[in-house]
Design a protein around this ligand. Sequence first.
Ligand SMILES: CC(C)(COP(=O)(O)OP(=O)(O)OC[C@H]1O[C@@H](n2cnc3c(N)ncnc32)[C@H](O)[C@@H]1OP(=O)(O)O)[C@@H](O)C(=O)NCCC(=O)NCCS
Length: 152
Amino acid sequence: MEVKLLVDCPDAVPTVSGWLFEQFGYLDPSATRERAEVRVRTRLNATGLPVAFVALQGDTPIGTASLVESDLEECPELSPWLAGVFVLSQHRGLGYGAQIINAVVDHSRRNGFKKIYLFTPNKQVFFEKLGWLQSHRVLRRGVSLSVMERAP
Ligand SMILES: CC(C)(COP(=O)(O)OP(=O)(O)OC[C@H]1O[C@@H](n2cnc3c(N)ncnc32)[C@H](O)[C@@H]1OP(=O)(O)O)[C@@H](O)C(=O)NCCC(=O)NCCS
């Protein structure tokens, strides 16, 4: 498995967009598959923000993660955010999620960010294992979210 910038694998954009829409679309009532792809295309950068990474097994995309300027309207003062972390179910439990997140953390460090954030409704333990600490909780549309942070 190797992790690449999505900008270097543009053929993977529809696949990655589809995953993010299916996995996280419920968090945004206005989300559509088309809007998800438009948003992912803004992440086709090699430096700075926003940026997306893709994990490849051979030529096949199996996971993704992004670094974006803002991800939670309840916390406009915090930036940047790890977002859209996803590994195909048949490839989970093999350390790939951790490796993709590491690529985002490395990118954050290289680009001079001193702290990075994420929110999660239910993966707090997973992120704690990877060195993230809960900062506070936010209630969004009746769902309790853990806001977490770490230095890159
Ligand atoms: C969360 C997700 C990215 C994990 O990917 P993965 O490739 O299975 O994760 P890894 O194999 O790198 O796991 C890293 C560590 O976290 C642990 N872990 C994995 N999933 C976990 C979970 N749901 N809860 C607690 N720990 C978990 C692993 O056991 C491993 O620990 P270890 O190093 O002690 O063995 C994957 O399950 C996924 O895509 N889920 C659906 C999307 C999602 O929930 N994304 C996060 C949104 S906030």
